[in-house]
Design a protein. Structure first.
Lengths: 190, 175
């Protein structure tokens, strides 16, 4: 009887630890898998068949139906360029030049990985929507309150940004940590 | 020293449960996503999703700048083979990609590689001997997903782009 109880305890505690480990590494762990470029993180093996079981589980949880790297490369930022977690209580400026791709967009997602509800119905800024200065630089404001110019609304709490590069130039896959991606600067917080 | 054995046994169980759950997750998540899509229109049928908004809850991190059309293929339900076609896709970025039941992306074709906005291929099982003439794509698993992404390059063209991407179809191959 005591043996049976001990075996039960081993199975239950073992299962809790095992599932906890999965939760921590797959669900809590962002879709990282390797490469950082400033605040932007990507994995070149998203969508490919040789991603390994851990990466495949993370892709399934955080980025199901991602395309392979020749078609699209996705970067995600959960922090600003100083490494501080993105928060709905702050105002950010995303500044940069067009990344080397046929088409690109920047989209904000809530903590639940879905688009953030907002009255303006705006969820992203893209190659076709942003205004550029004479030097080719754009600046997009990310904030809860409406801002003039290019603006992506967010809600309360934490959020993340994804930049999608469709048909990226070969240099992106070759050196994913050295792509000229925009910076995310925290302007102020309330 | 007897308790060391119990701790070791607990750690072994933990490791096995961890590995098994990591291996099972893509399969479970894919099955759930495919069920959600198939519930809207059945198997081997193209579903043309609305432009994603904050109300979209089907798949995580959708792009609001893309129109998604999807089809759950099931070769057993299709009688062996499924056919994917599109004629007159819009003049903007679009791609069609195939995912197996483990979430792996095993095929992709985009507007630059396709001729005249046309798609025409047949999905067959990896062990299918008698493949039809024409473009054949071999799937590692009997079930999976066909996903068309069409870029809305200008909101003013949304109606035209939406109409054109609805030329994409998915059906059992009639032999």
């Amino acid at each position: 009887m005591r043996i049976a109880l001990k075996i039960l305890a081993v199975v239950v505690i073992g299962a809790i630890i095992g599932l906890g480990l999965t939760w921590f590494t797959v669900f809590r762990g962002a879709l990282a898998g390797g490469v950082s470029d400033g605040p932007w993180r990507t994995s070149l093996e998203a969508g490919s068949a040789n991603g390994g079981m851990m990466l495949r589980a993370r892709v399934a949880v955080h980025g199901l139906f991602a395309l392979n790297r020749s078609e699209a490369i996705y970067y995600t930022a959960a922090t600003d360029s100083n490494g501080t977690a993105l928060s709905g209580a702050c105002v950010y400026r995303i500044e940069g030049r067009d990344p080397p791709a046929r088409w690109w967009s920047i989209t904000a997602y809530g903590g639940d990985d879905y688009l953030i509800p907002n009255a303006a119905g705006i969820y992203s800024a893209s190659m076709h929507s942003v205004k550029r200065d004479a030097g080719g630089r754009f600046a997009v404001t990310v904030s809860k309150a409406q801002m003039p110019g290019d603006w992506i609304p967010i809600g309360d709490g934490r959020f993340s940004l994804s930049i999608r590069l469709y048909n990226p130039q070969a240099s992106v896959a070759a050196e994913p940590a050295h792509v000229a991606l925009p910076t995310i600067i925290k302007a102020r917080c309330t | 020293m007897k308790w060391l054995g119990w701790i070791a046994a607990t750690l072994i169980v933990a490791a096995l449960v961890h590995v098994a759950s990591v291996i099972a997750l893509p399969h479970l998540i894919m099955a759930r996503a495919m069920r959600g899509i198939a519930d809207h229109g059945g198997l081997n049928t193209m579903i043309h999703g609305k432009r994603p908004t904050s109300a979209s809850r089907g798949v995580v991190r959708p792009s609001p700048d893309l129109l998604y059309s999807s089809c759950v293929y099931d070769l057993d339900a299709a009688g062996g083979m499924a056919r994917v076609t599109a004629h007159g896709m819009p003049k903007t970025y679009w791609s069609v990609s195939l995912f197996d039941a483990e979430t792996n992306n095993f095929y992709v074709l985009n507007d630059l590689a396709a001729k005249d906005g046309s798609v025409e291929f047949v999905i067959v099982g990896k062990n299918q001997d008698k493949a039809p003439p024409g473009n054949v794509v071999r799937t590692p698993t009997r079930r999976g997903l066909v996903l068309f992404r069409t870029l809305i390059d200008d909101d003013a063209h949304l109606a035209d782009i939406d109409k054109a991407r609805r030329s994409a179809t998915c059906a059992r191959l009639k032999t």
